[in-house]
Design a protein around this ligand. Structure first.
Ligand code: ADP
Ligand code: MG
Length: 349
């Protein structure tokens, strides 16, 4: 009864704590926050200066005493204090209702999707961080599981469902059956590596020093995994490596594809390895149902086609792949039974 009342008045939250983006879903309202997972802070005093979009704007432009960085790097929590600050900030931003005459009461229930490479100790720490940020209950679920639920895959059935979530820092490959993860591979190769590859390519081929944010923009606008039908191009600006002066270069879609394709091949290799490990009883289902792609990397033009050709399996891009994890976690806010089945840790304070 008490729980019912809590649930009625509080804004329960689902959070996707991604390496590149943090999303917060507020029950009854929808996705309230979509911000880059970036924190800016003073190097010496450790004072937090900005979180999210504001902090991302500072990347590569900070004076020496300030650092702007991602607290979750390569699918692990690289900086716990910054992760905690980010979590605390987002939970309180949505929870603090200025119109409410009893602010912060009742406290929300929070379900967090985290990369599956996060260690047991770190999971505890994230859960504690959510509780100390004001959560009444905090549960953690693994990102590929949340992505599969968000993509409406039949995860509770005795059929193998395969999901590949290509994020910023990590690609998570998982096979799910009967509400559990049967097989799981997490590789530190995803969207960020494509950006870095574009930076190196432009440096080698055009002697131009390009910022990583510009590389990401190029990838999103003209990048593709497949040979494009029409050749698009984009003008990028950076610094000439020979004379140090600002310079512009016209980059073609084919060049971007050439730069990102080794990363895509690495992802395909890991998918192949995972498929080889699928238990015989499930392999038929997976071959038939195919692979569902989620995460921002799934938006790279033609990536589904390239993966399908290489693996000889059907490949689908989940609807709105960037919000798949948070929507999956949000579904669990209303499904206690499924939450109990799929959560990796969590409970009451
Ligand atoms: P994470 O879960 O690690 O936070 P996301 O699922 O939010 O990551 O995906 C972020 C990654 O997706 C970034 O590397 C970003 O560059 C990439 N991305 C987003 N949109 C596109 C697009 N249209 N084309 C290619 N890559 C994209
Ligand atoms: Mg993600």
């Amino acid at each position: 009864m008490l729980d019912f009342l809590f649930g009625f008045f509080s804004h329960d939250l689902a959070i996707d704590l991604g390496t590149a983006n943090t999303l917060v879903f507020v029950k009854g309202k929808g996705i309230a926050i979509r911000e880059p997972s970036v924190v800016a802070r003073h190097k010496k005093t450790k004072k937090i200066l900005a979180i999210g979009r504001e902090a991302k704007k500072m990347v590569g432009k900070t004076p020496t005493q300030i650092e702007a960085f991602r607290p979750l790097r390569g699918g692990v929590i690289a900086d716990f204090d910054a992760t905690e600050a980010m979590l605390n900030y987002y939970i309180n931003v949505v929870h603090e209702n200025p119109k409410s005459f009893i602010p912060k009461i009742p406290r929300p229930k929070v379900i967090l999707g985290i990369p599956s490479g996060v260690t047991e100790v770190e999971r505890r720490a994230v859960q504690d961080a959510a509780l100390s940020a004001g959560a009444r209950e905090a549960y953690l679920i693994e990102e590929p599981m949340a992505a599969a639920i968000g993509a409406n895959l039949p995860i509770e059935e005795a059929r193998g469902s395969m999901v590949v979530d290509i994020g910023g820092g990590t690609t998570e490959i998982a096979v799910i059956s009967l509400g559990g993860i049967v097989l799981n591979k997490s590789l530190r190769v995803a969207g960020d590596q494509m950006d870095d590859a574009i930076v190196s390519y432009v440096r080698l081929k055009h002697s131009l020093l390009l910022g990583v944010t510009s590389a990401e923009t190029v990838k999103m606008t003209i990048g593709s995994a497949y040979q494009p039908k029409e050749e698009k191009h984009s003008v990028v600006r950076g610094r000439d490596l020979e004379n140090g002066l600002p310079k512009s270069v016209k980059l073609t879609a084919s060049e971007v594809r050439e730069a990102v394709s080794p990363t895509i091949n690495q992802i395909i290799e890991s998918i192949d390895e995972t498929v080889e490990e699928i238990p015989p009883e499930l392999v038929g289902d997976v071959l038939e149902q195919g692979i569902t792609l989620a995460g921002g990397g799934a938006l790279l033009a033609g990536i589904d086609k390239v993966i399908a050709e290489a693996t000889k399996m059907p490949v689908w891009v989940a609807e709105d792949p960037l919000t798949c994890v948070v929507r999956g976690a949000a579904k669990l806010l209303d499904d206690e039974k499924l939450l109990a089945k799929v959560r990796v840790t969590g409970g009451l304070k």
